[in-house]
Write a protein that binds this ligand. Structure first.
Ligand code: ADP
Length: 456
């Protein structure tokens, strides 16, 4: 069944209450029924015992002592529920009976010691009767049968039953209506959440769902959706910023390239000038190529399918190879790199990703260090393997320490214009560290040096 949330709550509640109300109604009916019946039985018992004192046994036959007094009493008392008495011998033949019985006979049950007959009918009226044996000198002489009309009680029970049966669906209908209304009221915040979330698009991502006053599950749900929106918004902002920065970074070398070529076109130049300008253009193309390469690597790292491929490496050999490959690019006597590494130390890692990390950290250390300074690469294994790259370079401002990992962010770029960079290196390092679950920390002091540590 395709019920709305509101109707579903009301329907489930109705099923539960239908069972409960039915139980309560049955309980009410049974309590009243038992009460009425026990009253009748009490009256029957009382009358039977009372009339037992008003009988005599003459020659083995039981009779009423004073029939005339009995008749008078019946006339005197206006009886709502008249008592019928019948005296019978052991075979069931009537020996005497109360005047109000007229032509009627009460049913007899042979050999019954003491029995309470269920409802019988006398002159078209419902009665209940009690049969008690009369014993004289150890011999059964007959029975006294007492009966009482239960017409009124029966009528009362029938009316009660009909009333409960009519009330049952009415109560359920009312309960369904009330529950539906209450359920509707309690899902108002859900409707607010729905209408706000439906309204939110890329252009109004800053909008938030108003928090419900009640601090309940809906409040938590709203807060969670708001937090999710905030995360999406900041991810979108980062994405936009990234695209803007990337376009800007690529536009700069393109403008330089265009400017250089235009200058060359304006008039004929000497071969030296052509060589110079073409050299400059190639440098700009290389720079663009480098940015595009880094952007592609970043995109690859971000792709969900990018998972590390682990294998064992000899850490010291790995670092030495890296230094040798980089050394070609360092100008003569620029820096001194000192490595301290426990021999034979092996590491299970993705060599490609580790190369990206160490390559960028080492080239930064070299790039941001003055000529002749020393760079230390310290590898430790106590008990966790860690690699630190420590330089004595320009250092990084404390405020910038958490920003330098953002794409295109260059700390104090204007203060060292001669040091070329894209601001993408550390973003790549951070992404690769995330993929390998490496803890990357940085400590730095301006004009003293920086230290980047990887903990595996
Ligand atoms: P870049 O291409 O600019 O070097 P990175 O992402 O590698 O880009 O570094 C971001 C910024 O962090 C750099 O611009 C620089 O300001 C700072 N930085 C990184 N490494 C060092 C270092 N070893 N010493 C001083 N500053 C550093």
């Amino acid at each position: 069944m395709n019920l709305s949330f509101k109707n579903r709550i009301a329907f489930f509640y109705l099923i539960a209450t239908a069972m409960m109300v039915a139980l309560v109604f049955i309980a009410i009916y049974l309590v009243i029924y038992n009460r009425v019946m026990s009253d009748i039985e009490y009256a029957l018992n009382y009358e039977a015992i009372r009339h037992q004192k008003e009988i005599v046994i003459e020659g083995g036959i039981i009779r009423f002592v004073n029939r005339t007094e009995m008749e008078e009493r019946e006339h005197r008392d206006v009886e709502v529920s008249p008592i019928f008495i019948q005296l019978v011998d052991p075979n069931g033949s009537v020996t005497d009976r109360s005047p109000n019985l007229k032509e009627g006979r009460l049913a007899f049950k042979r050999d019954a010691m003491r029995s309470l007959e269920q409802d019988d009918v006398l002159n078209g009226k419902r009665i209940r009767q009690l049969q008690i044996p009369i014993v004289d000198e150890g011999k059964l002489v007959g029975y006294i049968i007492t009966a009482i009309s239960i017409e009124n009680s029966h009528q009362l029970l029938v009316t009660l039953r009909q009333l409960l049966l009519v009330m049952y669906p009415i109560v359920l209908l009312l309960l369904f209506g009330v529950t539906r209304w209450l359920a509707g009221k309690s899902i108002v915040p859900v409707k607010t959440i729905l209408s706000t979330t439906n309204r939110i698009t890329e252009s109004n991502l800053n909008e938030r769902i108003p928090l419900p006053e009640q601090k309940d599950e809906l409040h938590q749900l709203t807060a969670s959706i708001n937090q999710l929106l905030a995360r999406i918004e900041s991810a979108m902002d980062r994405e936009k910023q990234f695209t803007a920065d990337a376009s800007h970074e690529l536009r700069t070398p393109l403008s330089v390239l265009r400017g250089t070529l235009e200058v060359l076109l304006r008039k004929p130049r000497s071969p030296e000038e052509y060589i110079d300008k073409i050299g400059l253009s190639i440098k700009e193309i290389d720079r663009m190529h480098h940015i595009v390469e880094q952007l592609l690597t970043l995109a690859r790292f971000d792709h969900p399918s990018k998972t590390p491929v682990y294998s064992y490496i000899q850490v010291c050999d790995f670092i030495q190879d890296l230094i040798q490959r980089q050394q070609i690019n360092w100008s003569e006597g620029n820096v001194e790199v000192v490595v301290s590494c426990p021999k034979q130390l092996q590491l299970n890692t993705d060599p490609g990703l580790l190369e990206v990390i160490l390559d960028n950290l080492l080239s930064n250390a070299v790039k941001y260090s003055p000529a002749g300074s020393r760079i230390r690469i310290e590898v430790k294994e106590d008990p966790q393997v860690s690699i630190s790259i420590i330089d004595q370079g320009v250092g990084i401002k404390q405020d910038d320490l958490d920003k330098i990992f953002q794409p295109f962010y260059r700390s104090d770029a204007l203060n060292h214009k001669n040091i070329k960079g894209t601001g993408l290196g550390l973003s790549l390092v951070q992404k690769a560290c995330d993929l390998l679950s490496i803890d990357l920390t940085v400590e730095s002091e301006l004009n003293k040096g920086s230290s980047f540590t990887l903990r595996f």
